[in-house]
Design a protein around this ligand. Structure first.
Ligand code: SIN
Length: 292
């Protein structure tokens, strides 16, 4: 699909890294977007995989309306404890105190992953708003899974095209440090599930590697056979030249396509300093089969 003329829609799109990522100027997320604006943003998003809007104001209703213009939103029932009560379509990723204790979501996203890959509706995309960030660190890194796929040898691509990979919520970094009862419930809600190891983007038709640090094994293969290949693919996908590192500022809305990227939230900051983010998640199509 040819990219739309984003300049005609009043947008300036500036790449942020060679592999992926672009900043878009000319959007106020709290203004209802026109269909033309949505199409132009989508075009830039499909091309750059991660898009960044800076200098935005956080308004829950405005952010949700903006997100909904790109598709139906997940209500985060797969991880029901961490959504905002009044807006279940907003997931908190915060180290603020909740109920007198540091939030359990303070260490969300600490290994490379694609959102909700351990569910039967892996996320299409995510939009994360930065309300507060620590003085240094707390960055998020993204990698391009289309390039990762394209840069594999043809025989390995052909092998992966025929495989399903099993995702296990238990491989989420830090999950065992959370409240045991909540963790048990999240595991019950999300039994290990197999998805195609190569995901085809519904708009662009691009093929992207869909294997992460939350993958336990390839369906039908043993863990011993799978592990070296999963480790190789993760290392290959996350090579520095295939990565964009986002240094947050309050007022940033960063949107990533979970079908063509992975991300990791870095723990390189002082947890006594606030980091407060809110995420809307765009529902992906139903996929996968639960494994024993
Ligand atoms: C996530 O994995 O969605 C969290 C990303 C972040 O907090 O930077």
């Amino acid at each position: 699909m040819a990219p739309l003329d984003t300049a005609a829609a009043g947008l300036t799109v500036t790449p942020l890294a060679h592999a992926l990522g672009a900043e878009i100027v000319g959007v106020d997320i709290n203004q209802a977007p026109s269909a033309d604006l949505v199409a132009a943003i989508r075009s830039a998003w499909n091309r750059h995989h991660v898009i960044v809007f800076r200098g935005q104001q956080f308004e829950a209703a405005g952010m949700l309306r903006f997100a909904q213009a790109f598709g139906a939103l997940d209500d985060h029932a797969a991880t029901p404890f961490y959504r905002l009560e009044e807006y279940p379509q907003l997931l908190q990723i915060t180290n603020r105190q909740i109920g007198g204790k540091p939030s359990e979501t303070r260490n969300t996203g600490r290994n490379w992953h694609s959102d909700y890959s351990y569910t039967d509706h892996p996320a299409a995309a995510s939009m994360l708003f930065c309300v507060e960030r620590p003085p240094v660190g707390g960055d998020t890194m993204f990698c391009n899974m289309v390039r990762a796929y394209e840069e594999l040898s043809p025989p390995l691509r052909a092998f992966l095209d025929g495989l399903d990979v099993v995702y296990d919520v238990g491989l989420t970094a830090g999950i065992n440090e959370r409240d045991p009862a909540k963790t048990a419930e999240v595991r019950r809600l999300n039994p290990p599930i197999a998805h195609p190891a190569v995901r085809v983007h519904p708009d662009s038709g691009l093929r992207a590697l869909y294997v992460s640090e939350r993958s336990s094994h390839f369906h039908g293969m043993t863990a011993a056979e799978s592990r070296p290949l999963i480790d190789h693919l993760c290392a290959h996908a996350t090579r520095p030249e295939n990565v964009y590192r986002h240094v947050w500022r309050p007022g940033d809305l960063v949107c990533w396509d979970n079908r063509t990227t992975m991300h990791v939230a870095l723990a390189d900051f002082d947890q006594t300093k606030p980091r407060h983010m809110l995420r809307a998640t765009l529902l992906g199509e139903k996929s996968g089969f639960v494994v024993g």
